[in-house]
Design a protein around this ligand. Sequence first.
Ligand code: ADP
Ligand code: MG
Length: 580
Amino acid sequence: MPINILPEEVASQIAAGEVVERPSSVVKELIENALDAGADQITILVREAGKRLIEIIDNGSGIPAEELELAVHRHATSKLSQAEDLFRVSTLGFRGEALASIGSVSHLTLSSRVGSEDLGGSIRVEGGETVEITELGIPPGTTVRVEHLFYNVPARLKFLKTDRTEKRHINIMVSRYSIANPGVRFKLFQDDQLAFQTPGSGDLQEAIAAVHGIKIAKGMVQVIYEDEYLQIGGFISPPGLTRSNRGEMLYFVNQRPVQDPAISKAVTQAYHTLIMKGRYPITALFLGLPPEKVDVNVHPTKAEVRFEDKGEVFRGVGRAVRRALLAHTPVPEMGNLRGVNLWSGPAPDHSSIRRGVDPAWSMLENSGADLPFGQLPDSGQIPAPLGAPILRLIGQVAATYLIAEGPDGLYLIDQHAAHERILFEKMMASRDQDPPSQALLESIVVEFSPASADLLKENLPVLSGLGFEVEEFGPGSFVIRAVPGLVGDSSPEGILRAAVEDLEVDETPLEGKIEQKIIARVCKRAAVKAGQVLSKGEGEQLLSDLESCQSPRTCPHGRPTMIHLSVDLLERKFGRTGPM
Ligand code: ADP
Ligand code: MG
């Protein structure tokens, strides 16, 4: 084929592909425009996860009627005029691409009025073609209506995820910008229902409360830091409050939400030893540095930036977070450690506890057991290779492992993993058939971020099948009235959070998988922990429950529940085999 210059329509669809990946990208660009226009009230209406309609109404500066047509033109922007401006961008937009891109893949109506004018104007664009310009009387500000997104790009439409997932992306996007802009009143409606709103009071903690709930917002640790290179402010969660993924670690560089693995790493490193591996804090950190020290023009959706001196930023963030955490110094919770006090410093890290053995119940206690070594309680029974061996409890070590004698040697059982397995099988077996449920004496109200709230709502039927009694109680609020009987006295809030927490990282797991995943998460949370001293009776119960499991040798996540030291191995290790 000879080289052709692509028709304008094709070229703009290609360009749009970079900027407008999914409905939430439209929401992002339109929010940025409203913010750049100085709006302090932004209302977002979404229908059918944004495929049918995305409408954003702001009270910003407005666009003069005679510039409406320019606004939807590619590379038309009021935010920079010469190349040098690109090196000190202080607005969120600067490429003049968003409206043109969105207009080329949807039906776009842009209506606007500048406060000083009596009348406003409106322009309609369909698939990149201007079809109508009208005058109209509207309040000052701008309304952008995007209908039938991707109607002319079937491939894009096909690749969109379920409505639930696309809605969640929108929720996440709006919550990010509302934390970045506490002075702006955001309202988000999904299919006519208020999904989320912020007070717009200018108080960051109030914006965080709107997203994460008041309790979390109140518990956050403040960060204030400044060096020659940058300023850092905001909030981070205390070590006791973590998530299973990085989804709620937010950073803003000059008010722009960014993703940056280096910043993430600096933050998680600063928490090192304070939180467990695989757990992540909640953050809302604002980095401020002179615009010429950061290049914002390096990513199609402006989600990443490039720092002139990455090392300085990395060190600054690390120091800021570490200092804030040290100043905070939480009081360790001693809980059920019964006199085992090996705690040094604030680290809630079980590795220091594991070294301790509860003196009240050590291996010695069991040494006079009625069965002599080598003789099994039920020696006629030879267990199937992958079933559970019959185990006689000998003791507990490091308040973490049970020691038992089995048919062929010694077994070390990880009490947490084993209990997880037991709960998992019990819960899987009893789901949907009137599972045991324990009513709470006082129901508890728990707040969730809009994204988690959505997930929770979606999965309420699954949860009720497990014995939860949870009901929505207003946007983002849920009341817990009962929890599964199997979870014992674990915190109902923790259990419920655990149930939805991990789902957020998944896109569209199959329905059955979701249920399993929820059950596994709940069990993990409810299972006895490492570092928890068990009574002899509790240890024995655990072993006999494990024996009746179908897959007793691994926890629901696939890690081993037990290690076997065979008599053979022992003999070899003691040099008993071979010629003596
Ligand atoms: P950019 O934001 O990169 O300038 P856009 O395509 O997003 O490009 O917008 C083009 C222009 O339209 C902006 O530069 C601005 O002048 C105007 N505009 C867009 N949205 C709004 C709005 N909500 N309020 C006021 N002006 C707007
Ligand atoms: Mg823009």
